[in-house]
Design a protein around this ligand. Structure first.
Ligand SMILES: Cc1cc2nc3c(=O)[nH]c(=O)nc-3n(C[C@H](O)[C@H](O)[C@H](O)COP(=O)(O)OP(=O)(O)OC[C@H]3O[C@@H](n4cnc5c(N)ncnc54)[C@H](O)[C@@H]3O)c2cc1C
Length: 348
């Protein structure tokens, strides 16, 4: 995969096909760059991934986009894969809670990154182990030491704990990444043969085990085959951290039990799919929206580079802002700086 285009500076590699990597890639592709995107997973989306369960698919990570920020909302509204979801939201006692305008991608959340990455060379199921600046560009190697190419620039768009070992050529970047705190999250997808009887589409709030229960099958334009309902049960951070090394079968039983207790109808569970996100949420106090070194040709974007300077839990919006901030820095663009913290506002 050795490239000959390095010297012209338009041959870029991105490590990570999550929202940050995809938004950054889309901006660079629109400016005529060649972009190769590597991801260790089989598909795209990162923490916006979706998964097959029986004959259905469901969102395994972040279930929807919600934001009060007009510039992010404008961008979300302009994405053809995203639809408004007027979800009924209650707390776990069934009392109505505040509702925000939600956006979901169709046919599943990963459709957004798939679309943004169209035009890039996508290399999946490939974990990048090493990036290092050399005379003919930044070299990228996989975990077997195989050379995946030389690139004029390499962008790391992974969660902070996975970025730190890739950033040895930029020790100050590696130190920043290593200082980020992370919280795990267990998530269980279940399909039901009979309706649960729950009126809400999203239940959230205080609960000893659950953070949210989301009726995936209630999202707009979701096709549900054979089953009555599909639910995503997200354990809360405290419970997930306490049970981080628990047996998946036991976790699955506990989450199903917690959900069963919310409904009067005996659940007829047809299929289950359990997943542990080790780095579900990241907390940092960085005042950087992105990292870039002219010296090495290596840059970083991702949700953890939220740029507020306060201890903040990173989210999809911060991934989007970070990717745009790095793209602006490298190619200029239609974004303007709103604050000294480099908070950017971008036209869709
Ligand atoms: C269960 C859950 C619920 C959430 N709920 C919400 C919510 O309601 N609202 C919200 O705003 N946010 C939510 N989030 C957080 C949100 O999903 C993230 O903030 C956002 O998706 C981060 O995007 P990213 O591109 O920075 O990182 P990621 O999505 O993590 O993408 C990084 C990519 O890098 C790849 N990668 C890592 N290391 C390597 C390597 N060495 N080589 C190759 N590839 C590599 C990974 O496979 C991944 O695809 C939730 C997250 C989870 C897990």
């Amino acid at each position: 995969m050795h490239s000959t285009d390095n010297t012209r500076g338009r041959n870029i590699a991105v490590i990570g096909a999550g929202l940050a990597g995809a938004v950054f890639t889309h901006r660079l592709l629109s400016s005529g760059y060649n972009v190769t995107v590597f991801d260790k997973s089989r598909g795209t989306g990162g923490r916006h991934a979706s998964s097959r369960i029986g004959n259905n698919s469901a969102d395994l990570g972040s279930p929807y986009f919600d934001t009060a920020a007009p510039e992010f909302r404008a961008w979300l509204s302009a994405q053809p894969e995203l639809t408004d979801w007027q979800a009924v939201i209650t707390d776990f006692d069934g009392l109505a809670a505040e509702s925000l305008r939600l956006y979901t991608a169709t046919p599943s959340q990963s459709a957004l990154t798939r679309s943004l990455l169209r035009g890039a060379t996508l290399v999946t199921s490939t974990r990048i182990k090493d990036i290092w600046p050399e005379a003919d560009g930044v070299i990228v190697r996989d975990e077997e030491g195989k050379v995946m190419g030389h690139f004029s620039k390499v962008i790391v768009a992974t969660p902070a704990p996975q970025a730190a070992p890739l950033l040895e050529a930029n020790p100050s970047f590696a130190r920043k990444a290593a200082s980020v705190q992370t919280r795990a999250s267990w998530i269980l997808i279940i399909t039901l043969n009979q309706p649960s009887g729950l009126a809400a589409d999203v239940l959230q709030g205080k609960h000893p085990v659950l953070a949210r229960a989301i009726k995936d099958s209630a999202k707009p334009a979701r096709y549900v085959s054979q089953r009555a309902e599909v639910w995503a049960l997200e354990a809360n951070s405290e419970w997930s951290e306490l049970n981080i090394d628990s047996d998946p079968g036991t976790v699955s039983k506990t989450l199903t039990g917690a959900f069963q207790a919310l409904t009067d109808t005996p659940l007829e569970v047809a299929e289950t799919r359990i997943h542990r996100w080790l780095y579900a949420r990241q907390r940092s106090d960085t005042n950087n929206t992105h990292l870039w070194s002219d010296m090495t040709g290596i840059g970083v974007c991702g949700d953890w580079l939220h740029g507020t300077g306060e201890l903040t839990i990173a989210d999809s919006e911060s991934a989007w802002r970070s990717a745009n901030a790095l793209a602006d820095h490298l190619i200029g663009g239609n974004c303007r700086q709103l604050s000294p913290n480099n908070i950017v506002s971008c036209a869709p």
